[in-house]
Design a protein around this ligand. Sequence first.
Ligand code: CS2
Ligand code: MG
Length: 417
Amino acid sequence: MPDRIVSADVIVCSPGRNFVTLKITTADGVVGWGDATVNGRELSVASYLRDHVAPLLLGRDPQRIEDTWQYLYRGAYWRRGPITMAAIGAVDLALWDIAGKIAGQPVFNLLGGAVRDRILCYTHANGTELPEVLDAVDAKRAAGFVAVRAQFGVPGLDQVYGVHAPEGIDDDHGAGAGHGGYEPAGRGARPVEEVWDTGAYLRHAPATLAAVRDHVGPELKLLHDAHHRLRPVEAARLARELEPADLFWLEDVTPAENQQVLRLVREHSTTPLAIGEVFNTIWDCQQLIIEQQIDYIRACVMHAGGISHARRIWDLAALYQVLAGPHGPSDVSPITMAASLHLALATPNFGIQEYMGYEPVTEEVFGHGWSFTDGYLHPGDAPGLGVTVDEEAAAAHPYQPAYLPVARTRDGAITNW
Ligand code: CS2
Ligand code: MG
């Protein structure tokens, strides 16, 4: 008689920022943890899980992971989308965690075993003015990172997403918990509004990244995120003008909704391109991979339906020599980070993991088995995903409304960011 799922509970907490966590328990007392955090839309995915998914899980065999995935994906009729796929992703992560614990094996062994010893990762460095950017990059190198994403302010703009607010800018409605360091979601009932000016950015970015490259020398892997802001011809120009900076990748140079525009960028530049942090199924990734318009696919293991679906995306990518470079900001929980690392360790065409680290208050709630050494991560050898959740500590940090900013052009119209 196989073990059965007896409960599926959702925990929403805010240790430093909001997280949605799924706890699945089996009749034998095995507990699996999943993450379902969708930044700024946390309560919708919590409801999806609580109201529509948890009741369906009761009585199911936890080891029928793929069957449960198909049941939730096809069974809903309403396919794809960030909320649905994050919810399915959370269930999938929790079930892989349970499968590992039942087998007494780390999840990467269930996925075929390690194909590498350690996982290359990149972190974030940002500053408003160039000296501050260089100091931030140096600090990350001193901490051992060999790959760093550099973001910077733009002359004439008060505030730029991904760069902490300069002194005197109230970026979180006075709550005191806004962009301190790097926090893309400001607490408060409404999003912060920022002004964006593509011309000013295009005039500033190439020289800034070239200066960073000059400062760090040739070895450091240098990344930059354009955060969906550019139109096709602007994206092509930026990619070409950044060639002297020898980027490891240029990320989200356009919104990838109209995927054909990437052809224009490719025609004009050999700067490697990474896209996909907002994608949530293989269908979103298919065209860019098959047409080889990108070099790295950024889909997040949880937002893309969990390990079971992300590995299909990564396998498709392997056919075209596209590498996985999964999204791993601090707005997905350490449970997702663990899942991403287990899959990365077992996947031949893995490239690089985004790793911003977590605030100590987050790590008081979410314990994890992964470790960072000299610029590389390892998921650890504990059975399952190697994560723990302190539910009492979580209860001490209730949900607080928080939103990603919105951006307007100088004429007041909403624009991409
Ligand atoms: C960014 C993120 O990590 C990244 O590459 O684009 O900061 C992203 O904006 C947030 O994760 C959105 O929730
Ligand atoms: Mg990004």
